[in-house]
Design a protein around this ligand. Structure first.
Ligand SMILES: Nc1ncnc2c1ncn2[C@@H]1O[C@H](COP(=O)(O)OP(=O)(O)O)[C@@H](O)[C@H]1O
Ligand SMILES: [Mg+2]
Length: 491
């Protein structure tokens, strides 16, 4: 069992510390004595490893992000004039790493002065020994961190960073300083820089590696993991729970069919036919997205993206957009919305006539996505040159399940698909196009009419909650002692 000790009193004050050399040599001791939290055994192995570079591949929730912040704090505090960079693909991820870092400091029970903190901004912590920790996203092309120089680079979600960012930006940063690299991630496909470093570590003295499953974290309930695994494909479970690399899953919308549909000029509405698609933010999602397409495939409405828009507010906004564009068809993702919103839309007779509520089951998603794919293949759409849309389209992966159905999902960590969902819904309401025309789908057939009857409305699952486990352990952070059930360490 896990023992949790509230232990402010056991934390040594920096000035009382006499065994600095030992703390410098053994990061886990530093974390224990200064941060007041005992790393689990597998964490100790990783953070104390003495190879120049380190790489960890694991399931979710084993404490990778915390290890990143520990390693950064240890490096900066015990070595003067040391620049540490912590990075991750997105701003959201790097901001979360920064808050992990600051809460580590707060929870230590030591004052900022005792830590020697001179300056603390949203992204930088500077210490009076001349060291600093910078916490920045790589951004899509690495621009956010270009030109930096670092003694240590710590990369979280390392599997989701493009090779050219490692090769052109991160590696040159440490060449000049003979610096060190720490890569942490849930694994992805068997390709890319992160995978190569992991796979190559076995024969490379410079690298140490660790591979563990989510089951090793003694604070995680096995039943939570079992619940998390429900509805996931075998590959997802291997990656996200077992921490294993699996072959890359295939891209559902090939880049070769997306590019011709993004010729450059901004699509303008032509003719008087218009269809609206709305992806409503549900639990775990944070954006409500509206897409509009006309009868000729011009996607004239695309930058209507709202964070924190309530479902009733969304219903009102649908009416506002309808007054502006007078849509013929309106498809709304009703997976996450309550009966109240449906009624709010149904009560408006004008909306009710053309409104279609769509549940995103695996089957409906497949049907709707296939129609979008057919439209792209037929070159029947003129998409705006929207980077978010393009990336989301390219990131949709698919895996065939035993039932033969396709499971469609955004590949990557924290990747989203709300632009694609919204576009697919808009395209669902388009009249027939190209080679698809003879199939008689499209505006004349409703989504619910063609797909839903097989599914019992009351038993229909809610849209999956993403990252179900992500915050439940947040409070159990002080001096926990636990024996991991299983650890697999390579090398
Ligand atoms: N040694 C530890 N003692 C107590 N809690 C820990 C320890 N290591 C990690 N945790 C907690 O486990 C949870 C998962 O950690 P996190 O670093 O977010 O995992 P990952 O990045 O691998 O998904 C967090 O709530 C974190 O505070
Ligand atoms: Mg993490």
């Amino acid at each position: 069992m896990v023992k949790i000790v509230q232990s402010f009193t056991t934390v040594a004050s920096m000035s009382e510390i006499t065994d600095w050399d030992e703390l410098r040599e053994t990061p886990s001791k530093f974390i224990d004595e200064i941060c007041g939290i005992e790393p689990f055994d597998y964490q100790k192995e990783f953070i104390d490893a003495d190879a120049r570079h380190r790489v960890v591949a694991s399931g979710r929730q084993v404490g990778k992000s915390r290890m990143c912040s520990w390693i950064a704090l240890h490096e900066a505090v015990t070595n003067a004039f040391t620049q540490v960079l912590i990075t991750a693909p997105s701003l959201r991820q790097s901001s979360m790493l920064f808050s992990t870092l600051t809460s580590e400091i707060e929870q230590s029970g030591l004052a900022d002065e005792e830590w020697g903190i001179e300056r603390d901004t949203q992204t930088i912590i500077e210490f009076d020994n001349g060291s600093s920790i910078h916490c920045l996203p790589t951004g899509r092309n690495g621009n956010k961190i270009r030109g930096f120089s670092a003694d240590m680079i710590i990369v979280d979600e390392a599997a989701f960073i493009e090779d050219n960012i490692y090769e052109d930006i991160l590696e040159p940063m440490i060449f000049a300083t003979t610096g060190r690299l720490v890569l942490a991630s849930t694994p992805w496909g068997k390709s890319g820089y992160y995978y190569r470093k992991f796979a190559g570590s076995e024969h490379n003295q410079e690298w140490d590696s660790l591979q563990v499953s989510s089951y090793v974290n003694p604070l995680i309930e096995e039943s939570d993991l079992e619940e998390y695994k429900e509805g996931k494909t075998d590959s997802q479970i291997k990656r996200e729970v077992m921490g294993e690399f699996v072959e890359d899953s295939a891209q559902f919308f090939p880049t070769s069919i997306i590019r011709p549909c993004m010729p450059g000029a901004k699509p303008k509405q032509e003719g008087d036919y218009a269809s609206l698609g709305v992806d409503i933010a549900g639990e775990g999602d944070d954006r409500t997205v509206f897409y509009g397409v006309d009868g000729k495939g011009n996607v004239f409405l695309h930058d209507e993206v709202y964070e924190d828009m309530g479902v009733l507010e969304a219903a009102e906004y649908i009416k506002t957009l309808d007054r502006a564009y007078n849509f013929n068809k309106i498809q709304v993702d009703r997976t996450a919305i309550g009966q109240g919103t449906i009624e709010a839309l149904a009560k408006d007779p004008k909306i009710n006539r053309k409104y279609e509520g769509v549940y995103f089951t695996q089957q409906t998603k497949q049907t709707i996505y296939q129609r979008l794919k057919a439209a792209l293949e037929d070159d029947a759409l003129h998409l705006p040159q929207d980077e978010t849309l393009r990336t989301e389209l390219e990131r949709i992966g698919y895996e065939k399940q035993q039932s033969g159905r396709l499971k469609l999902f955004p590949r990557g960590s924290n990747e989203k698909d709300d632009h694609v969902d919204s576009l697919a819904l808009a395209v669902w309401g388009m009249p027939d196009f190209g080679q698809d025309a003879h199939k008689g789908r499209g505006a004349k057939t409703s989504v619910s009419g063609s797909v839903q009857p097989k599914v019992d409305r009351n038993r229909r699952p809610k849209r999956q909650t993403r990252h179900r486990n992500s915050s439940q352990l947040a409070n159990n952070t002080r001096r926990s002692v636990g024996e991991p059930n299983s650890t697999r360490r390579r090398r």
